[in-house]
Design a protein around this ligand. Structure first.
Ligand SMILES: Cc1cc2nc3c(=O)[nH]c(=O)nc-3n(C[C@H](O)[C@H](O)[C@H](O)COP(=O)(O)O)c2cc1C
Length: 438
């Protein structure tokens, strides 16, 4: 059993042209990261299925060679605002960068969204693996260590700003004329190494106290930040043993911070390719793979490894390459697989073109459910971030085929019990930083 939970958590990672590089070409696939109708439909389907949340990633630079789902995309917080007003229960999560953002703005945006959604929002804290300096009037992209040092302080400032008002600060007593209890309003007066921020934030505490914090870096400093502050951890893991090791390492670090391991949920990405039979699922996968453009996949792998690989022999395993400054844990994962399993660069390209290094399960609904259960019960995952190869069919096959099996086994909810994302995930509402003073 997961170290902590009796039921798994499930999020839907939405990239509207599909997660597989060629998902948009699958018969019947709809596509488009700017297709709000489709994004809304997927979110509503996920809500009917009682998933914990939908998630939108973000990137701040683009090229024509990107993954088809990533060439263009909506600004994710604006998107969450739109989705908040057409949904009632499902959690809404999005990425915002600590390298290219301002803590005051990030605190205000997510705080506002948490109010609008009545407590359903999560912030995926990323340091931004990609050099985005050219779009932000910066001379350079900070190195890995610096990005994480900034991120640590950034998150603390945001959490402090979210506590600008204590709960119940707004008295609104028409009889006495007391609108605000000013004693319950606090400046932050933060003076740190990277940020100098007075506060207070011009927003009361949101329904969840703080929006849920997600972290998605799996390098040493990434895990360090996650263990200290994250309530959900997204990660790419390929095999059960590696995922178990990551899970155990992270939970150990969470406990070392004096935190309850139940309050830091590990949710690896998973791409299910579902068919009526194993052969049918395999045929579906092969159909997707045969469309993968090797040149485009080579660019994707070059990007992940931080090195132009076009001169390398496609039929040899990857040489020992130094880990890059960007996307460090994903680079390590691809290099490790190539070295451990003797995969050639060509095979790595097809693997990365499939699920970008995330786990893929190809099989019947029962086989997919069994694999998920093995990870959940084997202390490798508290739940999963679902990454359908294409939409909407890839999601519907999961909902119709796999969810009923998980439910039969008592491993996934039949209906929402609470209202907020914290309720769904079983996370406590954080105490106000001055709560102990009263
Ligand atoms: C499920 C998942 C979602 C992610 N989403 C984003 C994202 O939206 N934007 C981003 O810049 N990085 C994203 N990342 C990448 C990491 O946040 C991180 O930037 C990258 O892996 C480099 O950090 P690391 O060196 O600590 O691994 C995501 C990673 C995972 C596993």
């Amino acid at each position: 059993m997961s170290q902590t939970l009796s039921q798994m958590r499930l999020g839907l990672f939405i990239q509207a042209a599909g997660h597989h590089f060629s998902g948009w070409r699958y018969p019947g696939a709809q596509s488009g990261s700017e297709n709000f109708k489709l994004i809304r439909q997927l979110t509503e389907a996920a809500e009917r299925a009682c998933l914990d949340m939908v998630f939108f990633g973000d990137k701040l630079v683009t090229t024509a060679q990107e993954h088809p789902s990533m060439i263009v995309r909506f600004e994710p917080l604006t998107l969450l605002g739109a989705l908040a007003s057409v949904t009632e229960r499902i959690g809404l999560a999005a990425t915002a960068s600590t390298t290219y953002g301002e803590p005051y703005s990030v605190a205000r945006q997510f705080g506002t969204l948490d109010h609008i959604s009545e407590g359903r929002v999560a912030w995926n804290v990323v340091t931004t693996g990609y050099d985005s300096a050219e779009n932000f009037t910066r001379a350079t992209h900070p190195d890995h260590a610096q990005r994480y040092a900034v991120a640590e302080e950034f998150v603390d400032v945001v959490r402090g700003l979210w506590d600008s008002f204590e709960d119940g600060a707004y008295v609104r007593d028409a009889k006495t004329g007391v609108y605000l209890d000013a004693q319950k309003m606090h400046r932050l007066d933060h003076k740190g190494e990277y940020f100098d921020i007075a506060g207070p934030l011009n927003l009361t505490r949101s329904p969840q106290g703080h929006p849920v914090l997600i972290q998605a870096g799996s390098s040493g400093p990434g895990m360090g930040l996650a263990a200290r502050v994250a309530e959900v951890v997204f990660t790419a893991q390929q095999d059960l043993a590696g995922a178990q090791q990551f899970y155990a390492d992270l939970k150990r670090q969470v406990v070392a911070h004096g935190r309850d391991p139940q309050h830091c949920l590990v949710m690896p990405g998973i791409m299910p390719i579902i068919g009526a039979t194993q052969a049918d699922a395999q045929a579906r996968f092969e159909q997707l793979q045969q469309w993968t453009d090797l040149d485009a996949a080579l660019l994707l792998v070059s990007d992940r490894l931080g090195q132009d690989l076009s001169g390398f022999d496609l039929d040899q395993p990857l040489p020992d390459l130094p880990l890059p400054q960007n996307m460090r844990s994903r680079a390590k994962l691809l290099l490790d697989i190539s070295h451990r399993d003797g995969l050639t660069l060509r095979q790595i390209c097809y693997l990365a073109g499939g699920a970008r290094g995330h786990k893929m399960v190809i099989g019947t609904p029962a086989q997919v459910a069994d694999e998920m259960i093995a990870w959940f019960e084997g202390e490798a995952a508290d739940g999963f971030n679902l990454m359908p190869s294409h939409f909407p069919e890839g999601l519907q096959l999961f909902i119709d085929g796999v969810l009923p099996i998980l439910r039969q086994r008592g491993l996934f909810r039949e209906r929402y019990e609470g209202r907020t994302l914290r309720d769904h995930l079983g996370l406590p509402r954080p105490a106000h930083r001055f709560a102990a003073a009263h």
